[in-house]
Design a protein around this ligand. Structure first.
Ligand code: ADP
Ligand code: MG
Length: 478
């Protein structure tokens, strides 16, 4: 179901009234169960727009906002909705983003199917070799290589994705399987391949489908006696992108159909791109023949981003949104939201919301308030001074000698280690680090880092010392 903005505007007043009372009741139930901050950030900005036969339509400001509600408050919202409107109540989100076309997602609180795809997602099984209209690729233009931040954690996956986009079906990365935890960028990267290949004319027919959607369509095709249309359609693609294949688990018939589609595409030299939350060989309930085929190409993992990448992601978001957030605050967020890019983006958005809602400057205090609702144990960004203190204590030397001129061997080692850790665990520039060590030059810091890195490579005892020390510092800084 697609709800357009003007349809929303045409709702008669009378309905708006009862609608608001109902929404008010739902809100008061929700308010009882969450803290005030989260309520303000995530529920106050929602506008109820329509109530029609137990189906409530609410307007949320962005796709992200919708996803956040779904991820964090799904059961709270559905139980509150059901208490007020009865067990068959439905909720429709209308997303009204600034720069994207209006679209909506229908959510039914009924237990099993939590999210019903909008009806425009119904596939027309056209069997031709013409380019698919963009809205039938189910790609999202938001996902590009350009706004996917490179980092050590995604290096291989990103490099392979770029290679595949430049030459779909023509590299040995077929299939390309990306795996990793949730919110780390798998969907983003896969869709970036599709978008890029279309844009550069490297593919005409690209389709993005989740394994769940593939399954539902397959079942529908069986019911409607259209399995051959279904198969022909998917086998006519230049690039087939299937997201979250772990959900194929236990669905034997669907796996069988997918197996034949896979073989057919692979034989034709077409590109297959898959993602999973774990390495293919650890997928339970999946046919061995499929798993072995997944290993024909390249399997690349995406790890949680390191501090530098997290900060770069936040900076890029600020640039894209033309928002100014002080570096200090960005570092603070990046230091605290560590495991998941989606959560990192969520935190960024909440901070923007809170600042605009309350008309406040974005500073550490405001960021801390938001972080407290997301992270259990908010810590301040690690400083070079803190690192010096702990390193000095560890090597049992006076702290100020790290900044002094002395060249005594044991001091030099401790100083180099402290510089190396400062480079690794903070966002400070080489210059800043040097200044913090008695006004030394940035080249001294580079030399220190290289020396420590080399030592780590050849001396396992030294490596474990450094690891131990880093752990100590990370714990201390909490
Ligand atoms: P997954 O599919 O692995 O669960 P997503 O691709 O949906 O994760 O990513 C979650 C969010 O984080 C998306 O909004 C995505 O754009 C963003 N994201 C993830 N990794 C990066 C990155 N390296 N650079 C920029 N944005 C990223
Ligand atoms: Mg995903």
């Amino acid at each position: 179901m697609i709800t357009f903005g003007n349809a929303v505007a045409a709702i008669p007043n009378q309905e708006t009234k009862s609608l608001e009372t109902v929404w008010g009741e739902i809100l008061s139930l929700i308010q009882l169960q969450i803290n005030n901050q989260s309520f303000k950030t995530w529920f106050e900005p929602i506008k109820p727009v329509k109530l029609d036969q137990g189906e409530m339509t609410i307007n949320v400001p962005s796709q992200f906002f919708y996803e956040w509600l779904e991820e964090h408050y799904y059961s709270l919202i559905s139980s509150s909705l059901q208490k007020v409107l009865g067990s068959s109540a439905k909720l429709t989100y209308v997303v009204l983003p600034m720069d994207e076309p209006v679209h909506s997602v229908v959510v039914s609180p009924a237990e099993i199917i939590s999210r019903v795809e909008p009806t425009h997602s119904k596939v027309e099984y056209s069997e031709n070799s013409h380019a698919l209209p963009y809205d039938q690729t189910f790609l999202n233009r938001r996902y590009t290589f350009n706004n996917f931040i490179k980092g050590e954690s995604n290096q291989l996956a990103r490099a392979a994705a770029t290679a595949v986009a430049n030459n779909p079906g023509g590299t040995s990365f077929n299939p390309l399987v990306l795996y990793g935890g949730t919110g780390l960028g798998k969907t983003h990267l896969m869709q970036a391949i599709g978008n890029n290949a279309l844009e550069n004319g490297k593919a005409k027919r690209v389709i993005y489908v989740s394994s769940e959607k593939f399954t539902i369509e397959f079942i529908d095709a069986i019911r409607g006696d259209k399995t051959s249309d279904f198969s022909n359609f998917y086998r006519s693609m230049d690039i087939l992108i299937v997201d979250d294949i772990q959900f194929f688990s236990g669905k034997e018939k669907t796996q069988d159909s997918f197996f034949h589609t896979f073989n057919s595409l692979h034989q034709l030299g077409k590109q297959i791109i898959l993602s999973s939350d774990r390495p293919p060989k650890e997928l339970q309930g999946l046919d061995e023949r499929l798993i072995s085929r997944f290993q024909w190409g390249l399997t690349a993992d995406i790890q949680p981003p390191d501090l530098e990448t997290r900060t770069a992601i936040l900076r890029k978001k600020c640039d894209d949104d033309s928002v100014v957030i002080p570096d200090q605050v960005l570092d603070f967020i990046a230091a605290n939201v560590t495991s998941n890019v989606r959560e990192l983006e969520g935190c960024y958005t909440s901070i923007l919301f809170k600042a605009s809602l309350e008309g406040k400057e974005i500073d550490i205090d405001l960021a801390r308030d938001v972080l407290r609702t997301i992270v259990n144990d908010v810590r301040s960004p690690l400083t070079v001074e803190e690192i010096q203190r702990i390193v000095a204590e560890f090597f049992d030397i006076p702290n100020d000698l790290l900044r002094a001129k002395t060249r005594k061997q044991e001091i030099v080692i401790a100083r180099q280690v402290a510089m190396y850790i400062a480079k690794d665990l903070t966002n400070c520039s080489l210059k800043t680090i040097g200044l913090n060590f008695g006004g030394r030059d940035h080249s001294t810091v580079i030399h220190a880092c290289q020396t420590v890195e080399e030592q780590i490579k050849i001396d396992t005892k030294f490596r474990s010392t450094i690891e131990q020390l880093k752990k100590k510092i990370e714990i201390h800084s909490r």
